[in-house]
Each structure stands twice: as C-alpha cells, then as structure tokens.
Design a protein around this ligand. Structure first.
Ligand code: HPA
Length: 274
C-alpha cells in the first residue's frame, strides 16, 4: 500500500478521536523512562498505538505506547510516548512509520530522545548529551526498498544529523542558565542484549561516545523527509566494561527517573526554540 494511503488511514482515526485536525509544529519521540514528559502537555489527548492503523504495538518496558497531542510551552506538539525498535522483531522500515506520519501532520522539527550507555569516559550517568553524529552498527536501514520520490530523495545527505541553527539557539539559552551542552556521537546497536566490553572498546576507537538500541533509523527517516532534527541522549549508565559491574534495565530506568527535572527543562527550551 502506498505511504500516502496509509497516512490518510492513520489520520482519519486520529481526527475522529480528537474531533479536530491536529497541526503540531514539533514532534517528539520519548525514549525509555522519558515518556512522562507528555503527561505535562496542556489540552492533552493520548491515543493508543493499538488504535491507530499502521502503527505497531509498543512491547518494550518503559514505553507506554501512546501518541499524545497537546501544547507544550505554548507550542502545538505531538509526542510518541514510547517508540518501536527492530529488536522487538519489527522490520526497521515499519518502526519509522510514525516519523513520516508526524511529518504529514506538518511538523517542522523532530525531537528525539533516548536512554544510552556512556562510552566516552568523560560522560557520566545523568548527563544529557546532544547527538551531533551517529554510527549505524546495526546495519539496518529503513529506506531499503523502492524510494518514494514525493517523500524524499533516494540518497539522502547525512552530513549533519543535528540542525545546527536550532542547536545554537538552544545552546545560547542553556548558557544563560549557566549550563553547557555537551555533544556526542551515538552508536546504534540492534540489541536487545547490551554490548560486550570488547564491542564498547571497539566503538570508542571508532569515535563513539554513546551507545543505544534506537533513534538512528528515525534520524535516517527524518533526514529523508527533510525534518529539522534535535536528538538528546540521557546517559543512564556507563557502557559495558567501563565499570566492573553488570548492566540492568532497572539502572536505566532509575537514572532516567533521577534526571527528570533537568531533562524536562532542556526539552522545554528545545521546543520553544524550534
Ligand atoms: N547499551 C545499549 N542501550 C542502552 C544502554 C547501553 O548501555 N543504556 C541504555 N540503553
């Protein structure tokens, strides 16, 4: 089925549920343990992915599985409270459908958030790092297959995965508050196992700062359809082998919970500065 037909079917259900045609300016994808942010939206309406045609089901722990509409900092927004991952058994091109859906609603910019492990020894759990480049170690690509030229080019340019102007504005606002924004290279692994210490050492040699199991396919889709991008990783743990202990999903969720205020404050600024 052509993408345009699918998008219309998804929109029809959403319009019926909302009772109006949504016109969000910003889209947000909220990762593991970070979905609570959408609970702060004004005029909030949450729709379960299960009720939206062509959306997958969210099976990952810490991912609520709602598309949430509302206002955040006075800006009309749409947020994914939980995302889809290839490790759930999905085709990676199906996992990025919501990016194209949000684009079809008219969003100008996409804010991507995730929980990540720290590879760079200068980052620490609780840090929020802006993704300024990425390495695709899953070797999965959502654009494989025939290209829809009405959506984007066959060979999208990936020389910048962060909207530099948007970043500069946010950076200036953070500076006013006495904070500096760190940037880093995000390495995408398929998962669902955490990486091995040898893999992490290899990624460090390759120039990776952060590691996670998401976001890269969404960034590829967002570049494909010319969305402005702002990605933020919440360092929830040091990556495998950095510290002499095991990694658990509980640690990831606990750290995400601990940085709630800092994360909320940064995302508010990011949305305002779009
Ligand atoms: N590795 C992969 N994904 C993750 C990690 C990690 O260390 N932490 C949070 N998500």
């Amino acid at each position: 089925m052509p993408l345009s037909v699918k998008l219309k079917e998804s929109l029809k259900v959403i319009e019926d549920k909302l009772g109006y045609v949504p016109k969000p300016k910003a889209g947000l994808i909220l990762g593991s343990g970070l979905g609570y942010l959408a609970d702060y939206f004004e005029d909030r309406v949450a729709i379960s992915y299960d009720d939206i045609p062509h959306f997958l089901s969210s099976t990952a722990i810490g991912h609520a599985g709602h598309l949430v509409f509302g206002k955040f900092q006075g800006v009309d927004v749409v947020a994914m409270q939980g995302r889809f991952h290839a490790y759930e058994g999905y085709d990676v091109s199906d996992t990025v459908y919501p990016v194209y859906f949000m684009k079809s609603l008219g969003i100008e910019g996409l804010v991507l958030t995730n929980a990540a492990g720290g590879i760079n020894l200068e980052v620490e759990p609780g840090d929020l790092i802006v993704i300024d480049d990425m390495i695709n170690m899953a070797f999965r690509n959502p654009l494989i297959g025939p290209n829809d030229d009405t959506v984007g080019p066959r060979f999208p340019d990936m020389s910048s995965v962060l909207d530099k102007k948007w970043f500069k504005r946010v950076e200036a606002r953070e500076k006013d508050k006495g904070r500096t924004l760190k940037t880093g290279v995000y390495v995408y692994c398929l998962g669902p196992n955490y990486e091995t210490p040898a893999e992490i050492r290899a990624f460090r040699t390759l120039g990776g700062d952060l590691v996670g199991m998401s976001t890269v396919p969404e960034i590829i889709a967002a570049r494909h359809c010319s969305l402005k991008i702002f990605g933020v990783s919440c360092v929830t743990n040091m990556a495998a082998g950095v510290l002499d202990r095991k990694l658990t999903h509980q640690e990831v969720m606990d750290t995400a919970n601990r940085v709630k205020q800092k994360f909320e404050s940064l995302v508010r600024i990011i949305v305002e500065e779009l």
